[in-house]
Write a protein that binds this ligand. Structure first.
Ligand code: NCD
Ligand code: ZN
Length: 358
């Protein structure tokens, strides 16, 4: 029985760090394990210009340094935010290309307007941003997509499939060169679409969509801390996701979608969408891969496939994980000012933990 593994240090290819006090409180949970992270731009107001991205990166770096200085993080911690821009109907192709050439951004994020948390400034019609997408294809800039259609007549459980049929598949044909990530894929339809495409279409997967189905959220009481977007799906979808993650297919890699909201805003009559999983993502995944007898596939999923797609070097650092006899415990929540943010409950004991990053 394997009880210790060493892997290339992982990256997180989809992360919400927020800003201000929330940023200061949550950045450590990601920086302690992940060497790099693609930082989502859905602040209020959103991160739209090169200057916005530069300023936000500086605030993330300052918050990381502060966490090191106050001994919340190990002194050797290295954490690089990989910035993204938020695509709007008015986005400026010249600024986006310049931000990419300057190395300020690694991707552009498309939120269909109204699809999720802070997406009011999102794209209302893909045709409006076609000139920008053409420039991105020409300059090899990655497009990250929140893959859900937002028309009110489309059922929430069918919104990913609707997006693939109506937006993604036509775009894929129109701009075959564009590198596209279908973010936080949740359905068999999404996985099968990516599998049917060339290597410049990829998908990120979250720990919670790999681990849970919609019963976990809705049977025996409604669990607001499992409410996220795209919403958890049926078990048969989860199985397809898990098979793809375990398969070694380079087009699938980890994006935690760790998305902190304070407990009072989630445990509410109209609760916010988002799961805060950064503290236990690596334990969750090691457990999941181990339970499937596929620990040898973990490194590809967390540490190699992402850099391969983003055309970046893999990390020169390593992470060691150990399996103990007793379940590992995690704090139930972290404090953010007077409020708390509840940590993802994997709904099963985890025996794996990170023991070293070096
Ligand atoms: C994210 C957030 O809170 O910013 N919420 C979520 O449920 N995943 C936005 C997103 O990625 O959809
Ligand atoms: Zn997200």
């Amino acid at each position: 029985m394997t009880n210790r593994i060493e892997i290339v240090q992982p990256d997180d290819w989809h992360l919400h760090l927020r800003d201000g006090d929330m940023l200061s409180s949550v950045v450590g949970a990601s920086a302690q394990h992940f060497r790099r992270a693609i930082i989502m731009p859905n602040l209020v107001p959103p991160v739209v210009t090169q200057a916005d991205a530069q300023n936000y990166a500086s605030r993330i770096e300052a918050a990381t340094k502060q966490a090191i200085d106050s001994n919340m993080l190990h002194a050797d911690t290295r954490f690089t935010p990989l910035m993204t821009l938020y695509l709007t109907d008015e986005s400026d192709a010249t600024d986006i290309v310049s931000a990419s050439k300057a190395g300020v951004i690694k991707a552009v994020k498309l939120y269909p307007a109204g699809a999720t948390t802070n997406s009011a400034s999102g794209v209302t019609d893909i045709d409006k941003v076609m000139p920008v997408l053409e420039a991105m294809a020409e300059h090899n800039i990655v497009l990250c997509m929140h893959g859900e259609i937002t028309r009110s007549d489309v059922d929430i459980f069918d919104r990913e499939k609707g997006f693939i049929d109506e937006v993604l598949a036509p775009l894929r044909e129109r701009l075959p060169e564009l590198r596209i990530v279908l973010e936080h894929v949740t359905t068999a339809d999404g996985v099968e679409f990516v599998q049917s495409q060339a290597s410049n279409t990829a998908a990120t997967m979250t720990p919670h969509h790999l681990l849970l189905n919609r019963n976990n959220m809705l049977v025996g009481g409604i669990r607001p801390h499992y409410y996220c977007l795209p919403i958890l799906k049926r078990e048969e979808h989860r199985q397809v996701l898990l098979d793809a993650a375990l398969s070694g297919d380079k087009r699938f890699f980890l994006g935690t979608d760790s998305a902190p909201h304070t407990a009072n805003t989630k445990e509410a009559p109209c609760g916010c969408a988002g799961v805060f999983n950064a503290p236990n993502t690596m334990s969750t995944l090691a457990q999941l891969f181990d339970d499937a007898d596929a620990l040898s596939m973990l490194e590809g999923f967390t540490s190699r496939n992402g850099p391969n797609f983003y055309q970046l070097p893999i990390n020169d650092s390593t992470m060691t994980l150990e399996k103990s006899e007793q379940p590992v415990s995690f704090p139930e929540s972290i404090q953010v000012g007077a409020e708390k943010v509840v940590v993802f409950d994997p709904a099963q004991p985890l025996f794996w933990r990170v023991v070293e990053v070096a």
